[in-house]
Design a protein. Structure first.
Length: 267
């Protein structure tokens, strides 16, 4: 089995490459790419939360508890919570993840369903749900970053379960326990798949809420938004195809005032 330092090093390198891909191929904002790459790096440690070794699990859990409230900031802000309330909510959330979730992990079995393909997609769905709102490429980019980092950990574990000695290949007992769909415990299988299905349904219903333009979506300047259409509306969101430097214009009978370019929502 690959060590903690190997997992974090490889997942961080993969995350850096993933961030570069987002910035160059997908032309996403640097901030979105860095978050997606960071989630890839963090997810590379998550399967070992069920580890019998205290240090990796404790360090990973502490880091997740610190990062989760920050990722939720955008959703809290949309809900209209004042900044002070968001900060106050972050403290109990940290304690809940660090200690509450930590106590739950004590009853898990190492190399159980935490090391499985469904668990990787659960991590991606959680990242998808807490990072942003609405339908956006950047939101999907962050979610897939978490899935990729998680799968990198599982693949490394499978690679370390194969030994090549004197020209012969030997498989350890741990081979096949990482990249799996089902484990040996029926209750763990049921809970994992139920959570995956529940998060999938929740994410599908969350795609249209709230009905706002995503931070990195751009409006086509040739398609003006009618005055009777709300600025942040579904009709406005459908007209997304212009490059990042595009501005939004609104039709009006007062061209000297209302047809001036509004703020650039490119980022």
């Amino acid at each position: 089995m690959a060590g903690f330092h190997t997992h974090i090093t490889v997942s961080t390198l993969v995350g850096a490459g993933y961030a570069y891909f987002g910035a160059t191929a997908l032309e996403l904002p640097i901030s979105t790419c860095l978050i997606g790459g960071g989630l890839c790096s963090i997810s590379g440690m998550m399967p070992d939360l069920d580890s019998d070794r205290a240090v990796p699990a404790r360090e990973t859990l502490s880091f997740l508890a610190a990062v989760a409230p920050m990722l939720l900031f955008y959703r809290f802000e949309y809900e209209g919570l004042p900044t002070e309330h968001i900060l106050l909510f972050g403290a109990p959330l940290y304690l809940l993840i660090r200690f509450g979730f930590g106590e739950m992990l004590k009853v898990t079995v190492h190399r159980g369903m935490f090391h499985s393909i469904p668990a990787a997609f659960i991590a991606g769905l959680i990242a998808y749900l807490i990072c942003d709102t609405g339908i956006s490429l950047g939101r999907e980019f962050k979610g897939f970053g978490a899935v990729i980092g998680y799968l990198v950990h599982l693949i490394l574990d499978e690679m370390w379960a194969v030994e090549v000695c004197t020209g012969r290949i030997r498989f350890k007992k741990s081979f096949g326990t990482a990249l799996k769909l089902f484990g040996n415990v029926g209750s763990a299988n049921s809970a994992t798949w139920a959570l995956l299905i529940g998060l999938t349904i929740f994410a599908a219903n969350d795609q249209g809420q709230p009905d706002i333009v995503a931070p990195f979506r751009y409006e086509d300047p040739q398609k003006l938004v009618p005055t009777d259409t709300p600025f942040y509306s579904t009709q406005a969101i459908r007209n997304v195809s212009a490059p990042r430097s595009s501005l939004i214009f609104r039709q009006s009978s007062q061209p000297h005032r209302d047809q001036r370019p509004h703020r650039d929502i490119g980022y």
